[in-house]
Every structure is written in structure tokens, then in C-alpha cells.
Ligand binder design. Structure first.
Ligand code: C2E
Ligand code: MG
Ligand code: MG
Ligand code: MG
Length: 292
């Protein structure tokens, strides 16, 4: 009886694994085809100062318009692309597309901003990452000053010394660096002070619990204070309510990103919302925008 159960369990897992492998293979085939046919789009989610008075940039988030399935969220295909290495080509497309759109943003008067690009751990480990990205930027005549690279703890922790070298080279070349989803990985605090990064992004999971979990409040406050004492700027991800925003304002968080202040949107919508007329450019030396 026990033996039968065991054998059934094995068979069950095998069938499930086969189904998953098959599905991933399909996704990969579709992804490859979609890359040649430009079925991808970047959405832009605005990033604001914590008082919500200044737009400082946007995070570029990939969207896949699958010819049959419609919009497929990144959670459903990034991991597959990473396993196969296709993420490198996908990442190239993301950077190139961001360059094209940065020029459009500048043309409509959105000038003092940075576009945050997510860099997969797979891309981060490429030996030629910096040269390769600089080549794409040069081809589009866009300066690294416009780009902030988002890196996760997982990308840097398995070879810290190498990662620090890569980060330093990227920063020296003019890119800003942000630690994405901070608090979910397992960065050692002793390494943190050695990382040549400029910004921490507090993971959404802490922010969404702010209102009903005192521990999340303590952690959020601790991350803000630690970031500041390390000389880093800090942004809160996934802010959905006024109460969350107020808590973060009280705790002197620097920047905010979330559905409350602005959902990710197509470039055309971003331009419509944030473009400025000639005369309202730089009203007091800084480009400001009302979000109401
Ligand atoms: P992420 O880099 O942490 O991006 C933030 C995610 O949180 C986005 O999900 C965004 O839509 C979502 N978000 C923002 N504000 C809120 C909020 O207030 N509430 C809630 N519930 N969600 C919010 P998205 O666009 O589905 O992307 C998921 C993840 O996929 C990203 O997490 C990132 O890790 C990855 N990703 C997206 N685009 C790219 C890309 O171009 N390259 C790579 N390598 N990864 C990407
Ligand atoms: Mg990100
Ligand atoms: Mg994030
Ligand atoms: Mg996150």
C-alpha cells in the first residue's frame, strides 16, 4: 500500500513536471517569435518625491502582447526567459526601446528625469554588460545620465566582489544604481556599505502591510534610517493608500512609487500626462508637476 502510494506520487510529480516543462517550452517559442515581431511594449510608472510635488522619473516595465493570450504579465515569462538566456535579447530590446522613448519624453519637455530599467541577474553577470549597454545607448545617442539600473539582492550576493566591481564600473560610466525589492533577499548588512549604489527600493510587501502590522512599520522605518545613514536615497514601492504615503512622509522616505501616485502606463499616456508647454518648463529651476 505504502509502496503504491509512493509510486503514484512519483508518477504524479513527473506528469506535473512534464506539463510545466512543456508549457515553458511553449512560452519560450512564443517569446522568441514575439521578439522578432515586436509584440512587446514598455509601460512607465511615475516616480515622485515623497511630497508628490516633483516627477523624478519612471520605471520601465515590460508588457507582452501575446497574439492569442492577450497581455501576459512579466511574472509569467521573465523566469522562463532567464532560464533560457533569452532574457539577454529581451533586455537589449528593453534598453533600446527605453532610449527611443526617452528622446520622445525630452522632446515634449519632460527633461529632468531618469528611466529605471530592471536588470535581470542573468544580464548582470554578463562580462560584457557595460560595453554592451553603452553600445546600445550610443547607437541611440542617449546618455547614461538618463538611466537608473535596478538590481536585486540575488544578483549581487553570489559573487560579491565581482558584483561590486561591475556596479562600480556601471556607476563610473554614468548609470545610477538602485537596489530593487530591498528586504526580500538576503543582503548582508556588512556588504551593503560596500555596494556603490545610490538608491534603495523598499519592497512592496512591507508597504502593503504598513497599516495593520507594526513589524512592517518598524522594518520600513529601519530601512529608511539605515539607507540615509549609508548616504543612500530611499524609495517606497507599491504605495496604494494615503495612509501609507503619510507614514512614509513622516518617516522621511525620499521617493514614492505605487498605484496611489500613478499606475504603469503606455509611453503615449505618460507623455499626455506629464508633457509640459514651453512656458511652464522649469518654473523654479526644477520641473514640477501637479498630480491632482
Ligand atoms: P519590480 O521591478 O519590483 O516592479 C514593480 C512591480 O510592482 C510592477 O509589476 C508594478 O506594476 C507593480 N506595482 C507598482 N505599484 C504597485 C502597487 O501600488 N500595487 C501593486 N499591487 N503593484 C504595484 P510588473 O510590471 O507586473 O512587474 C513585475 C516584475 O517583473 C518586476 O518587479 C520586475 O522584477 C519584472 N520586470 C518587469 N519588467 C522587466 C524588464 O523589463 N526586465 C526584467 N528583467 N524584469 C522586469
Ligand atoms: Mg524594479
Ligand atoms: Mg521592485
Ligand atoms: Mg517589488
Amino acid at each position: 500500500q505504502a509502496k503504491d502510494d509512493g509510486r503514484n506520487t512519483v508518477r504524479f510529480f513527473t506528469r506535473e513536471m512534464n506539463a510545466k516543462l512543456q508549457k515553458n517550452k511553449e512560452i519560450l517559442t512564443d517569446l522568441t517569435e514575439s521578439l522578432t515581431q515586436e509584440h512587446f511594449e514598455l509601460y512607465y510608472q511615475p516616480l515622485f518625491t515623497i511630497e508628490q510635488d516633483t516627477l523624478v522619473g519612471a520605471e520601465a516595465l515590460i508588457r507582452w502582447h501575446h497574439p492569442e493570450k492577450g497581455m501576459v504579465p512579466p511574472d509569467k515569462f521573465i523566469a522562463v526567459a532567464e532560464k533560457s538566456g533569452l532574457i539577454n535579447e529581451l533586455g537589449d530590446w528593453v534598453l533600446a526601446q527605453a532610449c527611443r522613448e526617452i528622446k520622445n519624453f525630452v522632446n515634449v519637455g519632460i527633461t529632468d528625469f531618469k528611466i529605471a530599467i530592471n536588470i535581470s541577474p542573468v544580464q548582470f553577470r554578463r562580462k560584457d554588460l557595460l560595453q554592451h549597454m553603452l553600445m546600445i545607448l550610443a547607437r541611440h545617442d542617449v546618455s547614461p545620465d538618463f538611466i537608473e539600473l535596478e538590481i536585486t539582492e540575488g544578483a549581487v550576493m553570489d559573487n560579491v566582489d565581482q558584483a561590486i566591481e561591475t556596479m562600480q564600473a556601471l556607476h563610473d560610466a554614468g548609470f545610477q544604481l538602485a537596489m530593487d525589492d530591498f528586504g526580500t533577499g538576503y543582503s548582508s548588512l556588512s556588504y551593503l556599505k560596500r555596494f556603490p549604489i545610490q538608491k534603495m527600493k523598499i519592497d512592496r510587501s512591507f508597504i502593503s502591510d504598513l497599516e495593520n502590522d507594526d513589524d512592517s512599520k518598524s522594518i520600513t522605518t529601519a530601512i529608511i534610517q539605515m539607507s540615509h545613514s549609508l548616504g543612500l536615497h530611499v524609495l517606497a514601492e507599491g504605495v496604494e493608500t494615503e495612509a501609507q504615503l503619510h507614514y512614509l512622509q513622516d518617516e522621511k522616505c525620499d521617493y514614492v512609487q505605487g498605484y496611489y501616485t500613478g499606475k504603469p502606463m503606455p509611453a503615449s499616456a505618460f507623455i499626455k500626462k506629464f508633457s509640459v508647454s514651453e512656458e511652464s518648463k522649469y518654473p523654479n529651476g526644477k520641473w514640477t508637476v501637479s498630480t491632482t
